[in-house]
Design a protein around this ligand. Structure first.
Ligand code: NAI
Length: 399
């Protein structure tokens, strides 16, 4: 593999960063780790002094590696030509803003997972400060691994790996090349997608996470659960919850179809929840005769429960879970705001955003149901990046 860059900066110091670093060092790349938090950097330094991070996968294979440079200084972090953000979506903006003044032109910057609207935000934040363009931006559809830190800065466990992960780039025609490069760097099968808008609208987490939370908890009245009473999450999907998700995803597919019809943009990768589930989990679903049964009999979801937090001697639903605090402002609200641009109504998405907002204390929608509530500034929607029409959105999504 001919590597078209000299140094990569990994941004983020969580579970995913622990997995990425040994993989990159296994390819002999020059790696900088950037976290703005001094305590995290100090713990990575300690780990590096004893040989670095050991990553163990589910088959027991071990990789070991330490970053060459560990820094909290964005100027030092900026001395690279490839930037990989592996962190929650709310951390993308502060990271991009801190790096922006230090970047040279022609860099490659991407996020895995990107969630929705990452390319627009990256382009906007990196193109300022007098620079003409952000270079190449890429968006990974999901994190390739389920992973947990065992000992911070020293040890991480990879519980499972996805068979393939979609990836789009801006300019769109670089997706093949970046997929091949990253695939080699991270030992993941990245599949090139048509354009970043396909990743943003096709972000299935925005449907299944808030959709199941809404479906399972809309009638919740404050009960405290014992551990064995915590409901299963995916395997708790009833016909009613499945119908809610179907309607939400159909609303998004309609938006994609309208954009294709009006502007000719290729969004065939934006799927319904049924299509996505059956495609992604063909091998592990026991009974695919209905959407609810397909969720309930998917062995990959064994043991996964509603996210909870401790209350006294029991548990209550965790309404601060990323299933709501990430997938709504960095997912559903993106799709909702694009739907507004093309004049498509989204009553099911609106209902979920509204009810979840009561739980999280956020009002993203105004009284008229539009994206005009007092908290909408927190959401990653196109107009926050100077995009106020579908035409401009489509143009920026490809070029
Ligand atoms: P994490 O929660 O371990 O990452 C937290 C890290 O993000 C912190 O350690 C810090 O370095 C960085 N961060 C937090 N706030 C920041 C800020 N304001 N500025 C700069 N950096 C900040 O997340 P993890 O597990 O590494 O996952 C990354 C993404 O992948 C998340 O969106 C997560 O939902 C998703 N994901 C994770 C999976 C997993 O198994 N870990 C599985 C599927 C998706």
């Amino acid at each position: 593999m001919i590597v078209p860059f000299n140094r990569i900066t990994v941004c983020g110091g969580g579970n995913a960063a622990h997995v990425v670093i040994p993989l990159l060092k296994n390819r002999d790349l020059k790696v900088t780790l950037y976290t703005p938090f001094t305590e995290e950097a100090a713990r990575f330094e300690k780990g590096a002094s004893t040989g670095g991070i050991v990553s163990t996968d589910s088959r027991g294979r071990e990789l070991r590696g330490a970053p060459d440079i560990i820094t909290t200084d964005p100027q030092v972090a900026g001395e690279a030509d490839f930037f990989l953000l592996v962190m929650p979506a709310f951390a993308h903006a502060p990271t991009l803003k801190s790096l922006a003044p230090h970047l040279t032109s022609g860099t490659i910057t991407g996020a895995i997972p990107a969630r929705s609207g990452f390319d627009l935000q990256a382009d906007y934040l990196l193109s300022r400060e007098g620079r003409p363009m952000a270079g190449t931006v890429f968006c990974g559809q999901t994190l390739p691994w389920a992973c947990r830190v065992v000992d911070y800065g020293r040890q991480v466990r990879v519980l499972g790996a996805k068979e393939s992960v979609g990836l789009a780039a801006k300019p769109a025609d670089r997706a093949d090349e970046i997929s091949a490069l990253l695939g080699w760097m991270l030992e993941v099968n990245f599949v090139p997608l048509a354009n970043p808008l396909a990743v943003s609208l096709g972000n299935i987490g925005q449907v299944i996470h808030p959709g199941i939370m809404y479906g399972l908890l809309k009638d919740y009245r404050g009960a405290v659960w014992q551990e064995d009473q915590i409901p299963p999450f995916y395997q708790g999907v009833t016909d009613e919850v499945a119908a809610i998700m179907s309607r939400m995803s159909e609303e998004i597919v309609k938006v994609a179809e309208e954009l294709t019809l009006s502007f000719g943009i290729d969004l065939h990768e934006v799927e319904t929840v049924e299509q996505w589930l059956l495609r992604s989990y063909a091998e592990s679903i026991g009974d695919s005769s209905s959407l609810a049964r397909a969720f309930r009999t998917n062995r990959s979801y064994d043991g996964l429960k509603v996210p909870v937090t401790k209350k006294g001697a029991g548990y209550v639903p965790d309404f601060k879970s990323r299933y709501l605090t990430e997938d709504i402002p960095f997912g559903l609200l993106f799709s909702k705001s694009v739907a507004e641009m093309v004049g498509i109504r989204t009553p099911w998405i609106d209902e979920v955003i509204r009810v979840a907002g009561n739980w999280t204390g956020k009002r993203y929608l105004g009284d008229d149901g539009s994206t005009s509530g007092p908290d909408i500034e927190e959401a990653r929607i196109p107009r926050h990046y100077g995009i106020d029409s579908a035409e401009v959105l489509v143009h920026r999504g490809i070029n």
